[in-house]
Design a protein around this ligand. Structure first.
Ligand code: UDP
Ligand code: MG
Length: 319
């Protein structure tokens, strides 16, 4: 019998976690030819998520959990979950039922019957989301597809099923600053895309703010491309050429016609413009240096506080 692990990152999900498990169980029971196991990852929640997890693990034998020492972010939680998987197939999904378990049969069929390595989901719509967030997401997908090698369709989500081989490949990429959507694509393999209608969050509320979305977008581009660095170099070249032409024109004017105007405005514009460009370039450079610095420290991606995996005492304590 084929096995499937469900990796579920959870942050402040006390209200909805039990409902999530009950709803997902309904789908699992309708697929008796597969053995399912939950790997719930408590990402340093500030509410009772951990206690709910423990209670659920006592109730259902197929529930495993890992609880972090603090909030490390969804990316770290996904990585921790994936590290603990052993199954033939792995499904990554959110705990808020926005990723409907009802499409499990469709996902499983793609990898088990149709020969794909991955079946990923994308949104059919962006209902329940502000127009602003939708616009920002669209812009980000366009920009990141242009600038990076990792191409994702618009509305691509983390919700997906992957084969053991693909999960192992993903685990090889042990960078601290993780951007899973890029990593999933970067490792390659055949991916089938299916779309589904999004559902509003049933319990709790989203933890994502605009600032975190912006950070996510910057991560998405800088983790997979040096295009912004190249952009500053190209811009420097263009400005150099323009200045060269301008210098020649001014020199000719001065030599043949003498100094006509004091050139106050021109000087001010040039200084301010170049100042702005220099600051921006240093900023872009700094972004990359910051990344090198964080990676060079080689800190663990997450730290486990509690877990009900058997090897808890040996392997877990390393982190
Ligand atoms: N999540 C997490 N750590 C965080 C933030 C979120 O593990 O720091 C989990 C959260 O519990 C949920 C999933 O990531 O299962 C998606 O989060 P959310 O629903 O807040 O994001 P959205 O669906 O609005 O993108
Ligand atoms: Mg959500």
């Amino acid at each position: 019998m084929k096995t499937i692990d469900l990796v579920v990152p959870c942050y402040n999900e006390e209200e909805g976690l039990e409902y999530f498990v009950l709803e997902t169980n309904k789908v699992i029971y309708s697929l008796p030819e597969y053995t399912f196991r939950y790997i719930l990852v408590n990402d340093g929640s500030h509410d009772k998520t951990y206690l709910v997890m423990k209670k659920l693990a006592n109730e259902f034998q197929n529930i495993k959990y890992i609880s972090f020492s603090r909030n490390f972010g969804k990316e770290a939680a996904m990585y921790a979950g994936l590290q603990h998987t052993t199954a033939d197939y792995v499904i990554v999904m959110d705990a808020d039922l926005q990723h409907p378990p009802a499409i499990f049969p469709q996902l499983i069929e793609a990898v088990d019957k149709e020969g794909y390595d991955c079946c990923a989901t994308k949104r059919a719509d962006r209902e329940g989301e502000s127009a602003f967030r939708g616009l920002f997401s669209k812009l980000f997908f366009k920009l990141s597809n242009k600038l990076t090698d990792v191409k994702n369709p618009y509305g691509a989500m983390d919700y997906r099923i992957m084969t053991r081989q693909m999960v192992d490949a993903i685990l090889e990429l042990s960078e601290v600053q993780r951007f899973s959507k890029g990593i999933f694509t970067w490792v390659g393999f055949n991916t089938k895309w299916v779309s589904f209608k999004t559902i509003d969050r049933q319990h709790g509320k989203t933890t994502w703010k605009f600032s975190s979305l912006l950070k996510y977008a910057i991560d998405g581009i800088t983790c997979f491309s040096v295009a912004p660095l190249r952009f500053t170099a190209v811009m420097g070249g263009i400005i150099f050429l323009i200045s060269l032409i301008y210098i020649i024109i001014t020199l000719i004017q001065t030599l043949f016609f003498g100094i006509t105007t004091p050139g106050y405005v021109t000087t001010l514009c040039a200084v301010l413009f170049l100042g702005g460009i220099t600051e921006m370039s240093i900023g872009i450079l700094g972004e990359y240096i910051g990344r090198i610095y964080m990676e060079a420290k080689d800190r663990p991606i997450y730290i486990t506080k509690h877990s009900n995996f058997e090897d808890e005492n040996n392997e877990e304590k390393e982190f």
